[in-house]
Every structure is written in C-alpha cells, then in structure tokens.
Design a protein around this ligand. Structure first.
Ligand code: SF4
Ligand code: FES
Length: 819
C-alpha cells in the first residue's frame, strides 16, 4: 500500500515560507522571521547586543547593521539597516559584513561609538572572558580607537537590588535588562532614564524592587554592567568548570549550568532548554546553592549514646541502625520528604516494601488533608498522576485555550510555570482564571480573572463554575498541592476535567514530589501507578524485585505514621529529608519522633529530626550525587555529579547498606541501577486505581472576630535552603497579612493584626486588598522574620492551614506608648 501525504498541508507549509538571499545564499524561512535570525540559520554571525530571541526587538544598539540592496520589490534601503528589527520579505537580498564593505564599515563605526565610553577594565570585570562586547569588539571592531577624550565616569557600583549591582559606565544601553523586567517577569524593576549621553539604567523610586527573576538580567547583560553581589570579583570564567544540571527549588526541572572552582560551586546560571525553562531561572534557583556549607553539615555518622549523639564509623552506625530496625520488624514507618531524586525515592519505596515489609510510607511533608485525612489526595495521585507519563507540558500551557488554577499561586508555587503563562498572556492573550480569595500578584501579572472563592469552598465552585469560564479539550486545569486540603476538591477537579474535556495538571511545589509519586512513596501505591490493592500489580512488582510477595495491608499516611509512633503502634521510623515545621502541626512530628522507639535519620545537615534520632546517617548534597527529578510535566530531568567527593553516600546507597545488614539485597545501590530497574518495571498496563469519590465540604462560617485562613508559601521565605543567603533574602517580599476593608473594620484592625488559635498567636502588618473576599485573611506560611527560623511560621504559632478558622483582632495602640 502506498501512503500519500496530505498535499494541502504541504502547500500551506510552503506558502508560509519566505525565500531571501543573504550574502548570495538562498534561504527559506517562516514568514515573520527577522533577518538576523535567517542569517543565523545559514551560519552567518551578525554582531549584536540588544537582540535576544526571547525579547521583543528594539533596535537599541545599532550593532547589527546590514545592507539591503533589494527589499524584494526591486528597491533597496539607501543606508545600512538593523537586521534585528526587519523581517524577511519574498525576494529580499541582504548583504552582511561578509560581502558588503558598507555594512562592515557601519558595524565598525557603531562599535567604535559604543567603546568610546566603555571602560577598559576587562581584566577586573566579572564578564571578562565571556563578554559579548569583548568578543565582538575583537571579531568585528576596529583594531584601534580614534578617541582620545575623557571617558564618562559614574560612581560605582549602584544597587538595583540587594542582589543586582550596576556599573553604569559599562552599560551599552541595549535595554535587554529593562525589556526582561517589563516583558518576561512583569515586575516594575528597572527603566532607561535620562536622555542622550546621560541615558542610564535606573530604578523606580517609589516602587520597592520585589522580583523573583532579577538574576536573569545579570546573565543576559551583554557587557559587565550588571553583576551579582555574591559573585562579583569571586572568580574568572576561565577558572571555572561548568557542568549542566537541574535546579532543585521547584517542580519545573529547570536546566541550569553549575560553575565550580576547586571543589566549590561559585555560581549557577540558567541553562538553555526551549521546552522547559527557555533561558530563564528564578533567583532562588540561581543564588540559593550554599546550603550545606555551614557548621550544620553532617560529615560523619552519629549513634545515640544515652542523651548524646556521638560520632561513629559507617560500619558501626549501619550495625546500630540494623539492630534497631531488626527489633522493630515490620513495625516501621518511612517518611521520605518531597525533595529526593526519583532514584532515591525508589530506594525508599523498595526498602519499605521488600526489606521492611510495610506499606507505611509517605513522601508528604506538608499540609495535605484536613484532620490528617490524606486519603483523597493519595487516591487522586494514584488515579490521575502516577504512571501517566508526560501529560500537560509547558508548551501545552502556552497554547491552551484557557487555564483554570485552583489551590495554586503561579509565581510563588509554580516557578517557570508563571513565566510560561505570562508569555502566553502577552503573545496570544491567554485567558486564565484563579480560584482564590484574592487575585494573587503572579495571577495579576498574567492577566488572570479572579473567581472569588473562600478557602474550603473550591469543591463547590469547581462543581458549578461561574458563567464566563469556558473550558474545552485545549484548556488546562492546574491543580496545586493546596487543593488537597479541601474535602472533595480533587474529586471535583477530576469531574470537571471529565465533563469539559479540559486536561488536568498537578503542579506540586517541590522538585521531588512527582518522582516520589512515580516511585510509589505513598501508602496506597507501588511504582509507576500500580495500585497496591491490585494483587496482579503486587505480583508484577514482586517479580521484578525478586521477592516472594509484597505486603498487601494498606499503609498509613505521614501524619498517621507519626501519630502511630507516638502511641506505640509503630516501633521505629526511617526518616529522609523531613522537617517538623513543614507539617500543618509540627508538634505531631516532634511528639512522634520523641516517642518512636527507634529513629534512623538520613540527612545532609543537622536538623530537628537528627537531634531526636538514634542513628544519623549523613547523605550527600545534590551537587555531590547524580540522579533525576521528574518535573510536574512528567519529564525526566537527569543531572550528573558536580562535585566529586570520595565515598559520597546517596540515600539509595545507605538504604542498600541497611538492607544488606537486614539480610535482604536491595538490588539497587547506584543511580544507574535504580534507573535500569525503574525502566524494567515500566508503565503499568493493568487497571488504574479508581478516582476518589469524596464529598464536597463547605467553608467555615465566620463572625467578626474570626476569619478563614488562606495561606501559601512564598517563593522566597523562611526555608532551610535559604539559611545564610543574606543577599537573596533581602529581595524577599514583605510579610503582611491581607484582608478586605470590611473584614478589617469588623475586627477593628488598622495597621497590625493579631492572628491566633488555641495554639498561639502571631502578629502581622495588615494590608487592605480591594478584591479580597470578606471573612478571609491571607498570611504567608513561613515569612522571613528577624525573630529567627519559624518566627512568623503559621504552622509553629497557629498549627492550622488554608481553609481553617483563625481569630483576628487589631493591635490596640496605647496613647504615648513606644511603637
Ligand atoms: S545594564 Fe546591561 S543589559 Fe541593561 S541596558 Fe545596560 S548593557 Fe544592556
Ligand atoms: S542587535 Fe540589532 S540594533 Fe541591537
């Protein structure tokens, strides 16, 4: 049989192409392509500064001059033109510096002008060695300057933010930085101010700089005018060894480049991955990499001796852990946290089932269900996320007909997701909707429409969307991890997807959560979506693992594990990267750890868990091990070892050693072995777990003295990974409580509000938000505080999370009292 191509599509495609001639070479490119981009396609490098493929053309630097003797209509431009602002026309003829003496002369002239005021400080400039101006002045500039006047001098550097410094005399006014802040991040950040020779980059005087993306301007500045406060003068590009890697601070799986020198990471840059993060990363991904360098780094195993933990050798510590775990038998709970690479998460999943013989395993170290009931989320993850492979992608978001967000703040909780949605809004006018108590900053910057929703009422709103929200097969429903807190909301989101055909994307906050779901770090789930309750799924996994059978009894979730440990129903705990303050009520974790008969902690840094552990087994930092994250799309994001340390122990290697001691071979001890075994397991082809069928709850009702809490974690907050990042922390957003004018008036709140529960109280500055739903108060979950770690943490002071009631009252100022 002969298969014929659809000829009409072929014709359409050809009609979209425009053929032009550049330096005598014919090239066909899509309509609308810029001349500079068409030249790139045939390997002709036109010098440029302001041009950037992800920013709108501006023609600011005039470096990319070419001659255009024929526009395609027989007439040409009388003078050289900027090739970065002119689009191709059929039959156009272009002559670059390679074939036109006029184009070459124009480029050399512009370069000479740009260099008139540019200082000759390349030997001490951070950009020296990787500077487009330095490189292009050598490749395309004149050998000597004719200028013998005095160069323009400014006081330097000035702070654009705590993190970004500006040396104004180095600036070539390309407007890359200002366009980035305006077009990509949407932050009122920097602008070109003044005119003529005095033109310079300046900051807004009355707008505080609060951008999570400011570091990108340092990277795209084509000269050394913008530098990083933390990296300035610390290293030269030619001293550094670069390794491509993946960022660990959100679930986007952004490509990064890690530069290290003599065993220490010096900086991180955005990698170039058009399908994921394009060329951008958040400031957290760029600047927060020093965690684990402090005194709290664990370098040797510790074994409890009475009240103290004493250093021990690895064999001694492994023996001690094995002895405790052997005594506990299968009465052990396993908490893995949501930050692990998938290979390590898989190690925990297999260790729990095949070695310990328990299904008491959960990765969730966050609020995940009211009153400790996490079953709806676990069922949702089993039915709609685990083993579904690559689902909605970043490009699907960009091309969606509409996006509905529930339990999700795009910028604080989504990282690169926010940039992609904002891009779609700017380029195609993407319609988006946010179910929330007020339109969040990130949602506002992507032009979203607020669907006013009291936290706790999401299930009802999803069941009956207000008029004007049209969803179809090209739409996406983004479900954030906070939706798990609302009874029936995940059920309603699935039903809405089924009803409208809209696709569903679960976007957790942490990098390791999707991988943990795929690895089966849940009480109801085996790897790649195999339902624990299905005997054939258990047989399938047992066959690959080479074990006789797997435990079939449904396991406990994280809070249930801790409560069982407190009550003596569980004898031991194995704990990965978990912190008590990450839970809705940290005291459950603390009491669980305190009362558990035996605790084994696998950690890189001393923590509240290691303090209470019986055996502490130090594991490697991410930069010292290889692995993969699975990002929210379901895309594998492998990363190599950056800093090679002899005997660096991944969680997987430690678990394999424990398994050996317990007399069962884990079968995997390296990243490669875990990857191979996961590939062998492959996708589950049997019946998927049933979707949850939880009833919708109703929001709490309020009187004037209380309010329903809305809260989420800000992108930069009181996180352990930010400890010691003094400069980065100074760019965090101000900690305020947000509420409506009516709610504030009802509780006599003016400038400060005391928020309390039976557990305690915390005071915030109050901010009135116009579109806030009455009867709701929004608090940052873990705001940075000068009172130290946890000083403003909702979990520590109030032990509640979104959707629960809190008392509110204004701070009464006594006349004459000091503030
Ligand atoms: S500071 Fe850098 S990126 Fe900004 S306008 Fe000047 S040269 Fe361009
Ligand atoms: S690169 Fe074309 S004008 Fe700047």
């Amino acid at each position: 049989m002969t298969v014929t191509q659809n000829s009409s599509t072929e014709v359409e495609k050809k009609e979209d192409l425009v053929t032009i001639t550049i330096d005598g070479v014919e090239v066909s490119v899509p309509k609308g392509t810029l001349v500079i981009r068409a030249a790139e396609l045939i390997g002709i490098d036109i010098p440029r500064f302001c041009d950037h493929p992800l920013l709108d053309p501006v023609g600011a630097c005039r470096q990319c001059m070419v001659e255009i003797p024929d526009m395609g209509n027989g007439r040409g431009f009388p003078k050289p033109q900027a090739s970065c602002t002119i689009t191709v026309m059929p039959g156009m003829k272009v002559e670059t510096q390679q074939t036109s003496a006029r184009a070459e002369k124009a480029q050399k002239g512009v370069m000479e002008l740009l260099l008139i005021n540019h200082p000759l400080d390349c030997p001490i400039c951070d950009k020296g060695g990787e500077c487009p101006l330095q490189n292009q002045s050598l490749s395309h500039g004149a050998g000597e300057s004719r200028y013998d006047g005095v160069k323009r001098i400014y006081p330097k550097p000035i702070n654009l933010s705590a993190q970004v410094l500006l040396d104004r005399e180095r600036c070539v006014l390309c407007a890359r930085c200002t366009r980035f802040s305006e077009q990509i991040a949407g932050d009122p950040f920097i602008k070109l101010v003044e005119r003529g020779a005095l033109q310079q980059v300046g900051i807004y005087e009355r707008q505080p700089l609060e951008s999570y993306w400011s570091g990108n301007v340092i990277q795209i500045c084509p000269v050394g005018a913008l530098t990083s406060a933390d990296y300035r003068f610390r290293a030269r590009p030619f001293d550094l060894v670069s390794v491509p890697s993946v960022a660990e601070h959100d679930s986007s799986g952004s490509a990064i480049r890690v530069d290290y020198r003599r065993g220490t990471v010096m900086r991180r840059l955005a990698g170039d991955d058009p399908e994921v993060n394009e060329e951008w990363i958040s400031d957290k991904d760029r600047f927060a990499f020093r965690y684990g360098r402090g005194e709290d780094r664990l370098t040797t195993p510790l074994v409890r001796d009475g009240d103290v933990l004493r250093p021990a050798s690895w064999p001694e510590a492994i023996d001690a852990a094995v002895e405790g775990l052997r005594k506990a038998g299968n009465s052990v709970g396993v908490l893995t946290g949501g930050r692990l690479p998938v290979e390590d998460a898989y190690g925990y999943s297999k260790f729990a089932r095949a070695v310990l013989g328990t299904n008491d395993i959960d990765f969730r170290a966050r609020p995940y269900g009211s009153n400790g009931n996490g079953a709806e989320e676990a069922d949702f993850l089993a039915a709609a996320v685990a083993g579904t492979g690559r689902g909605v992608t970043f490009s699907d978001l960009e091309n969606a007909s509409a996006v509905l967000m529930a339990g999700f703040e795009p910028e604080d909780e989504g990282g690169i997701v926010f940039l992609r949605l904002r891009k779609a809004f700017r380029k195609t006018g993407l319609k988006s909707f946010q179910l929330a108590a007020y339109l969040s900053d990130g949602a506002a910057k992507m032009g979203a429409t607020l669907v006013p929703t009291v936290p706790g009422d999401e299930a009802n709103v999803l069941a009956e969307l207000p008029a004007g929200i049209e969803l179809d097969e090209k739409s996406v429903i983004i479900v954030g991890e906070r939706l798990a807190l609302v009874p029936g909301a995940l059920t309603a989101a699935l039903e809405l997807s089924g009803r409208t055909g809209a696709r569903l994307a679960w976007i957790p906050r942490r990098a390791g959560e999707r991988g943990a779901v795929e690895a089966g770090c849940l009480p109801n789930l085996l790897p790649y979506g195999r339902p624990l309750a299905d005997p054939s799924a258990r047989v399938d996994v047992a066959a690959v693992w080479g074990t006789g059978s797997l435990p079939s009894e449904p396991g406990r979730d994280a809070e249930e594990i801790l409560i069982a440990a407190s009550g003596g129903q569980l004898e031991a705990l194995v704990v990965g990267g978990v912190q008590p303050s990450d839970f809705r009520d940290p005291s459950i974790v603390r009491v669980g750890l305190e009362n558990a008969g035996f605790v084994v902690s696998l950690e890189a840094r001393a923590s509240e868990v290691t303090e209470r552990a019986d055996v502490v087994l130090p594991v490697a930092l991410l930069e010292e091990r290889s692995g993969s994250f699975i990002n929210w799309e379901g895309r594998e994001r492998p990363f190599p070892v950056v800093i090679k340390k002899p005997n660096a122990m991944s969680d997987l290697r430690v678990l394999a050693a424990l398994a050996d001691g317990l007399g069962t071979d884990l079968g995997v001890r390296t990243t490669e072995q875990a990857r191979a075994e996961l590939a062998e397991l492959g996708a589950w082809e049997g019946e998927r777990a049933a979707a949850p069928q939880a009833a919708a709850g109703n929001p709490e009702s309020v009187d004037g003295s209380n309010a329903v809490l809305s809260t989420w974690r800000l992108h930069l907050d009181d996180a352990r990974v930010l400890e010691g990042e003094a400069t980065l922390i100074r760019t965090a957003r101000r900690a305020v409580a947000r509420l409506s004018a009516r709610t504030a008036a009802g509780a006599a709140i003016t400038d400060q509000v005391v928020v309390s529960t039976d557990r305690g109280a915390v005071t915030f500055e109050a901010e009135i938000v116009d579109d806030m739903v009455d009867g709701v108060i929004w608090l940052p979950t873990r705001a940075i505080s000068d009172r130290g770690p946890g000083g403003l943490a909702v979990s520590e002071h109030l032990a509640v999370s979104s959707g629960e009631l809190v008392r509110i009252e204004g701070v009464v100022r006594i006349e004459g009292a000091q503030a």
